[in-house]
Design a protein around this ligand. Structure first.
Ligand SMILES: Nc1ncnc2c1ncn2[C@@H]1O[C@H](COP(=O)(O)OP(=O)(O)OP(=O)(O)O)[C@@H](O)[C@H]1O
Length: 257
């Protein structure tokens, strides 16, 4: 279970996160939704220990966010993995895709060479990438292939929590849907907990149980996804986000036909 309690982050005299609180139960899924600059990526970076909070607590299965000690970080990253929108640095451009995918298996699992290869092929199949690509450098992959390879790299070590930071924002609607379907099935298969960060509310129904809306570093509201369209109960800001997501969706559909 992930617990985020009274989380504050100040950078260069600016309050970027202001009293953020939420819980994700084991196997649960939460979408963090907000427009650009609302603090979503900063929140993800804090959970991944890439930045330290100014104050507050981040606790995963009873363990506090590590502040020092390689062992503690290793355990943290074994359990929590992230896939970013801007993934260009996730796969080492000098290595083959196979070597890139093998790296976390060497670092985080006790699998031998044969088992590692088997795991890589298993995930390649899950994400719909051809085996021939394993000998290619990551630079040869298309945007969608690269994004899926990053997802495989994060999932292969069987983390308990996956954070997705705008991972489908740059993809066309067909690939978006494919990745969302993939996340849903892996969530069910592996009992994975999911923190899905997006500015696009239309991606969330069917994927996440709960939605937390953020604006200017503050939590506006949190609700069950089935209550998304209950306009009377929703904050005016959530409704604005919803309308813009609906407009975006119909624009996509017009472009499709
Ligand atoms: N080092 C910094 N010093 C001051 N402000 C910063 C710093 N880094 C980021 N910010 C500001 O923090 C705010 C939150 O940024 P963040 O990237 O977390 O938002 P976001 O919701 O993820 O937006 P996006 O989707 O565009 O990345 C922004 O207004 C950004 O300009």
């Amino acid at each position: 279970m992930l617990q985020v309690q009274q989380l504050f982050k100040e950078m260069n005299g600016r309050q970027i996160l202001n009293d953020i609180n939420f819980v994700i139960e084991d196997g649960g899924s939460l979408a963090i939704v907000g427009e650009s600059g609302s603090g979503k990526s900063t929140l993800a970076q804090l959970i991944m220990a890439l930045k330290q909070p100014t104050s507050g607590h981040i606790i995963f299965n009873g363990q506090h966010l590590p502040r020092k000690g390689i062992k503690a970080y290793k355990k943290w990253y074994r359990d929590i993995q992230i896939v970013f929108q801007n993934t260009a640095s996730t796969l080492n451009p000098a290595l083959s895709l196979f070597k890139c995918l093998e790296e976390p298996l060497i670092n985080f699992t006790g699998l031998n060479r044969t088992e590692r290869k088997k795991r890589i092929l298993e995930y390649l199949d899950k994400i719909g990438l051809r085996e021939e690509l394993l000998t290619s450098r990551p630079g040869k992959l298309s945007g969608g292939q690269y994004q899926r390879a990053c997802l495989a790299k994060a999932l292969m070590i069987h983390p308990k929590l996956l954070i997705c930071d705008e991972i489908v924002s740059n993809l066309d609607i067909v690939l978006q849907q494919r990745i969302i379907e993939l996340l849903k099935s892996i969530q069910q298969e592996q009992g994975l907990s999911l923190l899905f960060i997006t500015h696009d509310l239309s991606l969330v129904p069917g994927l996440c149980q709960d939605i937390l809306v953020m604006k200017d570093g503050r939590k506006i509201e949190q609700f069950h996804t089935s209550d998304l369209h209950n306009e009377r109960a929703r904050d005016a800001y959530t409704i604005t986000l919803l309308k813009s997501a609906e407009m975006l969706e119909s624009k996509w559909r017009m472009n499709e036909t």
